[in-house]
Design a protein around this ligand. Structure first.
Ligand code: FAD
Length: 447
């Protein structure tokens, strides 16, 4: 761990952009470290993606840059894909409570339970008093004037008008599940960002592109009412053509070879389907329309970089940082550890390597990805045990306990379960022993 000799009490004035799970825990950690914090949140409530709304965007593929943005991509039937015990923040358990019927006690609860948990968190740590709601950051850039050199200019808009303020640092927590990533085909199409309920697909033939978490959920949701659902998966062999167990209208195919104007789609297995709708469950793009770093940070094929350890751009550290970029992870504990690190670096309690050293480390990481044939767009994907290695590295930086063994094990087992029993994994499991361990651990945080 790199501890600094600087005055450990340095308090900075910090802007946090976004009040989703990442912004909430970042605000808490920054204040705990002695900083003064303003959270700027475009929406009218906390929770980010977990603020379900039946509202969708007018453009079903969300391609129009001038469209009114609906932030959340959560659909009505969504239940968590991570068991609640390992999903929560490390010192504020996402336990099933209270037992009075007012909450969803399931191990994989619905989205409203996650929002309720985040509200409990915000209340417990008085986070809301730091938040300015309905305030959209429209520009964040290094201050150009001599007097504010090294600081950040943040412009925002709210019903009170426009504000132009100077901060010592900006922490970006704007989420990355709002801006769809799409390869467009002819015919009627929608991205899962704008999917809420299955009803509009009644009696239709639907092709679902993508078989990760949302693709799995949404194809099954739609199969309840549609005539046929055909899932196109990148991770299956080219000749795959199978009906999914428990269904008589849900097929798995490999990737699409061509899609024609008449609505016919040919899969790599040679099968042709005349689709009423193509549903893109193809993921999202990192998008920071408000950020002007004068080219120091770019998004290139979905790599946000260069970033040291996915958080600090070497040339602009520690004034600019990003929380929550990695994916295929258990996000809340990682947000917590990343924000502890940022808070400690900003106060001077922990120091960063030099700009050159950070750059070298980052380049070495990119070279390693390239040498392994991993495309840029997977830069922030953390497969296998790299997530917990990373979490533990962060914890070590801040002198915080490492991730609990039960949490690691539960995550892996849970992840395997999603693929082994995709229809039933939320209600059938065999890791009760880990739940017991988790609750034994939670006792010290629960009154
Ligand atoms: P968000 O929740 O997206 O919050 C970002 C906030 O920033 C929003 O409130 C937004 O309004 C605000 N904002 C954006 N731009 C601006 C701006 N310019 N100015 C001001 N404010 C701005 N994770 C799990 O742990 N378990 C799950 O089961 C799970 N399921 C998921 C299912 C779906 C369909 C999706 C999309 C995600 C799921 N996730 C899950 C991942 C989820 O995204 C994270 O858990 C986490 O909630 C993300 O938090 P965040 O704060 O990074 O981003």
């Amino acid at each position: 761990m790199a501890h600094s000799n600087r005055d450990p009490t340095t308090s900075r004035h910090v802007a946090v952009i976004g009040a989703g799970a990442a912004g909430l825990v970042t605000a808490r950690e920054l204040r705990r470290e002695g900083h003064s914090v303003v959270v700027l949140e475009r929406g009218s409530q906390i929770g980010g993606v977990w603020t379900y709304t039946s509202q969708v965007e007018p453009d079903p593929l969300s391609l129009d840059p001038t469209r009114p943005v609906v932030h959340s991509s959560v659909y009505k039937s969504l239940r968590t894909n991570i068991p609640r015990e390992c999903m929560g923040f490390t010192d504020f358990p996402f336990a099933a409570r209270p037992h009075d019927g007012s909450r969803d006690p399931r191990r994989h609860p619905g989205h409203s339970e996650v929002l309720a948990y985040l509200r409990d968190f915000a209340k417990e740590f008085d986070v809301e008093e730091m938040i300015r709601f309905e305030t959209e950051v429209v520009r964040a850039e290094p201050a150009a004037d001599e007097e504010n050199r090294g600081k950040w200019r943040v412009e925002s808009r709210s019903s009170d008008g426009a504000a132009d303020e100077i901060y010592d640092a900006v922490v970006v927590c704007n989420g990355h599940y709002t801006e769809p990533r799409i390869d467009s085909w002819p015919g009627k199409q929608i991205h899962s960002h704008n999917y809420r309920v299955p009803d509009p697909f009644k009696d239709q033939i639907v092709i679902v592109i993508g078989s990760s978490a949302s693709g799995v959920d949404i194809s099954r949701d739609i199969a309840k009412v549609a005539k046929e659902v055909h899932v196109s998966s990148r991770s299956t062999s080219p000749d795959t053509y199978e009906m999914l167990p428990g269904y008589d209208n849900l097929w798995l195919h490999p990737v699409i070879e061509t899609a024609r104007k008449d609505g016919s789609v040919v899969f790599q297995n040679g099968k042709t389907v005349y689709a009423d709708t193509i549903m893109h469950c193809t993921g999202y793009k990192y998008y920071f329309p408000f950020l002007d770093t004068k080219g120091e940070v770019t998004v290139d094929d979905n790599r946000v970089g260069p970033l040291y350890k996915h958080v600090f751009p070497p040339a602009l550290a520690p004034g600019l940082s990003f929380i929550g970029l990695p994916w295929q992870i258990t996000p809340f504990p990682m947000f917590e550890l990343q924000s502890k690190w940022v808070a400690a670096v900003l106060s001077g309690r922990v120091s960063l390597p030099s700009q050159d050293e950070m750059m070298e480390d980052t380049k070495a990481f990119y070279n390693k990805l390239e040498a392994s044939g991993i495309p840029k767009r997977y830069t922030h994907l953390m497969p296998d045990d790299s997530q917990f290695e990373y979490d533990n590295w962060l914890a070590d930086q801040c002198d915080y306990p490492r991730i609990e063994k039960w949490r690691e094990e539960m995550f892996y087992i849970g992840f395997k379960r999603i693929y082994a029993q995709s229809a039933t994994y939320r209600d059938n499991w065999d890791d009760d022993h880990l739940i017991v361990e988790a609750y034994d651990d939670f006792v010290k945080f629960m009154s």
